[in-house]
Design a protein around this ligand. Structure first.
Ligand code: NDP
Ligand code: GDP
Length: 329
């Protein structure tokens, strides 16, 4: 039985990846930091199948112990401060978790299980103010946020451990990927949640920032398969994972609101609070290498993804509405 250690298993990608690996018969170890309130929503259904290890990415001792306990064949390093907008008010924390802690994780593997295969969750945010379009594995980086800068460090230290210590370390440069498990602060989920609540009369407006930025949005459930495929190759390498299609935030609003028969222009309020100090105007990935070498294929398209998210948020909002009524009466 293969053994995998996942950091960030309570997050969007970690939860899909854990499901996927469990279905493949892996013994899955999940690193989990202590929280004062439960945060198991994404993994509630598989909670009992995951072997939980307590630890924090900033605490090397806990990571060494995690690798010792798990003895993993594969390590997926998905934990991060992952929200771009939060990286300006918390640049040092973002640097500690999203950048330097990648070295913590690599060190834990190098010391305890150097033959384990390692996946690092790199990001299209590294391309930032893009110097060419579309962006591929050879496009130079120009990050535009403390998050993007931190991810560039994480990317290069992964490459460096591969070249210095001959470790099987891969970096997946993933473009934005979403799902009903996406955090509520990200624009796709913020919109689909608002659509559901507005439709059910629980909210009357949506405050939002820049409508012109373009993103290459895919489905998280498709993207985690690429992570696994990278670790099944003969040689470690880095790959761009994307849809090769881009849409504006305005397109996103249109697809989400019109799905429930509403016009977004009747509900949005542009709020400077959601406009960023430096914006990434456009991201569009060229994933030819992943398609050719990994045989990776996309299954869910943009509209299908947004509809899936609206449906899930409608279900959640209905339950919440029922719950509120029960609570009042
Ligand atoms: P999420 O924000 O949903 O999940 C982040 C995870 O990291 C959570 O499980 C969180 O735990 C954990 N975490 C944060 N800080 C620490 C810490 N100090 N120690 C241990 N665990 C910690 O992110 P996603 O699932 O969306 O993304 C997964 C990875 O992929 C991230 O590294 C992200 O930056 C990267 N990425 C994501 C993209 C996307 O579009 N989704 C695109 C490209 C890269 P807790 O539940 O306790 O908060
Ligand atoms: P990112 O690409 O990782 O930063 O993912 P986000 O979902 O946070 O943001 C995607 C794009 O949507 C960025 O260009 C944001 O500036 C833009 N955007 C516009 N309004 C909002 C908003 O209210 N919240 C968020 N999170 N992003 C917004």
């Amino acid at each position: 039985m293969k053994r995998a250690l996942i950091t960030g298993v309570t997050g969007q990608d970690g939860s899909y990846l854990a499901e996927f690996l469990l279905e493949k018969g892996y013994r899955v170890y999940g690193l989990r930091r202590r929280t004062s309130t439960p945060n198991f929503e994404n993994v509630e259904h598989i909670k009992d199948q995951i072997h939980w290890i307590s630890g924090d990415l900033t605490d090397l001792a806990s990571l060494i112990e995690a690798v010792r306990l798990a003895q993993p064949d594969e390590v997926y390093n998905l934990a991060a401060q992952s929200f771009v907008a939060a990286s300006w008010p918390q640049p040092l924390l973002t640097g500690q978790i999203t950048a330097l802690s990648v070295t913590n994780m690599l060190e834990a593997v190098r010391i305890m299980k150097p033959d384990a295969k390692f996946y690092q969750a790199s990001s299209s945010e590294m391309f930032g103010k893009v110097v060419e379009t579309p962006q591929s594995e050879t496009t130079p980086f120009y990050p535009r946020s403390p998050y993007g800068v931190a991810k560039v460090y994480g990317h290069w230290i992964t490459v460096n451990y591969r070249e210095s210590f001959n470790m099987f370390a891969c970096s997946g440069i993933l473009f934005n990927h979403e799902s009903p498990r996406r955090g509520l602060e990200f624009v796709t989920r913020k919109v689909t949640d608002a659509v559901a609540r507005i439709k059910l009369g629980l909210q009357d407006e949506l405050r939002i920032g820049n409508l012109d930025s373009l993103r290459d949005w895919g489905f998280a459930g498709d993207y985690i398969k690429a992570m696994w495929l990278m670790l099944q190759q003969e040689e470690p390498d880095d790959y761009v994972i994307s849809t090769g299609e881009m849409h504006t935030v305005r397109d996103l609003l249109d697809v989400a609101f019109s799905y429930v028969g509403l016009n977004y222009q009747d509900y949005i309020v542009i709020d400077p609070e959601f406009v960023r100090p430096a914006e990434v105007d456009l991201l569009l990935g060229d994933c030819t290498k992943a398609k050719e070498k990994l045989g990776w294929e996309l299954e869910v398209g943009f509209e299908q993804l947004i509809h899936m998210m609206v449906d899930a948020d409608l279900d959640r909002a209905r339950k919440l509405a029922d719950h509120t009524i029960t609570a009042i009466y």
